[in-house]
Design a protein around this ligand. Structure first.
Ligand SMILES: Cc1cc2nc3c(=O)[nH]c(=O)nc-3n(C[C@H](O)[C@H](O)[C@H](O)COP(=O)(O)OP(=O)(O)OC[C@H]3O[C@@H](n4cnc5c(N)ncnc54)[C@H](O)[C@@H]3O)c2cc1C
Length: 247
């Protein structure tokens, strides 16, 4: 086999997976369908990238909707404190803001994107952009590699699907990976949006009047038809583009 690991998708998950696999000595190929890696990461946190939170793990888990405790073992292996150490080792200085939120001192998500791509390159990962994957290849219950839309096939002992969810598709993530995971025997539960912008067709949003404005420490509530607040969330609220609000 030419590769030990093929990683599909060069967003935050794929970049981290490539770094982790190549650190273990694996020969890694990173494929992305776009012409640039880390597009969504580059617009995260209002362009500043909220890399993690500095609070204790128990408090973080309390704030995860649903059964956050299922993340306990994964976060024990690589949690918020490891993320802070990881980025500081890449030379990115971080600062803590309100509610324990950690940002790069540069206030630029690009600093984070560039550092991750730089580390991937430094560790000898082969990168191919403009290479949309069509399917993951399986034989006798084992993964064999991937096939690109161009028809080209690539062999590998393992494939990591890091092709993102369905939100903000112009950054490249169109939910392609769910069908591949299902073909590999995984169960896909009902999908819900989480860390995504709120979109609106309201004229006062589409007119761009609020673009660039960032409200600090506000409470946003969702009201039902009877006028009762169903859920409220407190934090910052940047207005990022004519059609989206990120809360
Ligand atoms: C406006 C906004 C602000 C956010 N702010 C924050 C924040 O401050 N902090 C935070 O932690 N999170 C934030 N998030 C969430 C965070 O950006 C995402 O959780 C994260 O980017 C997901 O990373 P990913 O690698 O799973 O997917 P993505 O970043 O979506 O990357 C998927 C990659 O896979 C590639 N791909 C898809 N299909 C194929 C295919 N068929 N073949 C080859 N390549 C393919 C895509 O081109 C893309 O590069 C924010 C999200 C948004 C939209």
């Amino acid at each position: 086999m030419k590769y030990d690991v093929i990683v599909i998708g060069g967003g935050s998950a794929g970049l981290m997976a490539s770094i982790a696999a190549s650190r273990q000595g694996a020969k890694v190929l990173l494929l992305d369908k776009g012409d640039k890696l880390g597009r969504k990461l580059g617009i995260s946190g209002g362009g500043r990238c909220n890399v993690t939170n500095n609070k204790d793990m128990d408090e973080l888990i309390q704030h995860i909707p649903g059964n956050g405790r299922f993340l306990y073992s994964a976060l024990t292996q690589f949690g918020n404190k490891h993320i802070i150490e990881f980025f500081e080792n890449l030379g990115i200085r971080l600062k803590e803001e309100d509610n324990g939120r950690m940002f790069p001192v540069s206030d630029k998500a690009k600093t984070v994107v560039d550092a991750l791509i730089g580390q991937v390159r430094k560790q000898g990962v082969e990168i191919r952009t403009n290479s949309p994957v069509k399917r993951v290849l399986f034989q006798d219950g084992s993964v064999q590699g991937v096939q690109l839309h161009s028809g080209e096939k690539m062999d590998s002992r393992a494939v990591i699907i890091a092709s993102g969810g369905c939100s903000v598709p112009h950054t490249g993530s169109t939910g392609d990976g769910y069908a591949w995971a299902e073909a590999g025997g995984h169960t896909i539960t009902q999908l819900f949006p989480t860390e995504v912008p709120l979109t609106s067709k309201e004229a006062w949003i589409r007119s761009r009047e609020l673009q660039g404005l960032s409200l600090r420490d506000v409470t946003l509530s969702v009201w039902n038809a009877k006028g009762k607040a169903v859920i409220s969330h407190r934090g910052d609220m940047p207005f990022e583009s004519p059609t989206c609000i990120s809360a």
